[in-house]
Design a protein around this ligand. Structure first.
Ligand SMILES: [Zn+2]
Length: 256
């Protein structure tokens, strides 16, 4: 079998083998053993690295069993992700969300394209935080958690400039000021953030890079996406910590 695949994880197996977790375009999450990959590096040299985009050839008895990796051809190693901290941290968060959200033997064509879009743009040196925010708002939609950013999730009234809103991560809904009353629901959102996420949500991948996100709006959007992601998967997003350390003493970086 042949497939395009992104390397999400590698573990050593015995003295000479590696077990690779791929995100395969055809089958979603795929685990494959690369025999001798540790000892003789010739066949897989520099290819079985995290984030690498490959064309793989493999054998698999059934959908659930461990595949046997025959060959791997390099499409893109995304080398800049390995040498630039900020790009690396954002790519690591993308990777962590993929490991949490993609399933065995389920084709996820849209998520696959979205992931390549994120890795390509990070590799090209686009500011990583906006790329991450745009990736996440689309990713959550693809896995069935598309927040409704057009109306209050409780009274269903359309968003109005005169109303204040917050986002309730637990239900993935916007709450307007009259519905929340004295009760606090999650984090308060500015209209700029709602607009940014709503615009991004509705843009196709080819036009997504045109969305400009900076400053407090970007910060707020990322906080929302982080909280919502933790809520969806009911766990901490370990690599998010790296992002906070990625700009020591600096303000948000401005896109070039
Ligand atoms: Zn309401």
């Amino acid at each position: 079998m042949e497939a395009e695949a992104i390397v999400l994880d590698t573990t050593e197996h015995g003295e000479s083998d590696l077990i690779i977790t791929f995100f395969s375009q055809k089958t979603g999450r795929l685990s494959a053993i690369a025999k001798g990959a540790k000892r003789s590096k010739k066949r897989f040299v520099n290819k079985l690295e995290i984030f690498t985009f490959l064309q793989i050839s493999y054998e698999q008895k059934n959908n659930r069993s461990l595949a046997f990796l025959n060959e791997a051809e390099l499409h893109n190693a995304f080398p800049n992700l390995r040498t630039h901290f900020e790009q690396y941290f954002a790519a690591s968060i993308v990777r962590e969300f993929l490991l949490l959200g993609i399933k065995d033997s389920e084709p996820e064509e849209k998520i696959f394209r979205l992931s390549l879009w994120a890795l390509h743009n990070l590799n090209k040196g686009f500011p990583p935080k906006p790329i991450l925010a745009l990736f996440l708002i689309h990713y959550f939609g693809h896995i069935g958690y598309r927040p409704d950013l057009e109306s209050c999730g409780f009274c269903e009234n359309r968003i109005s400039k005169r109303m204040r809103y917050s986002f309730d991560s637990a239900s993935g809904r916007l709450v307007c000021g009259s519905c929340s009353g004295y009760k606090r629901y999650g984090m308060e959102l500015s209209h700029g953030t709602i607009k940014l996420l709503h615009t991004a949500q509705n843009l196709p991948l080819e036009r997504l890079h045109r969305v400009k996100a900076t400053g407090p709006i970007l910060k707020e959007a990322l906080t929302l996406l982080h909280n919502f992601g933790r809520q969806i998967f009911q766990r901490d997003i370990v690599s998010w910590r790296l992002l906070h350390h990625s700009y020591p003493g600096k303000r948000e970086n401005k896109p070039g």
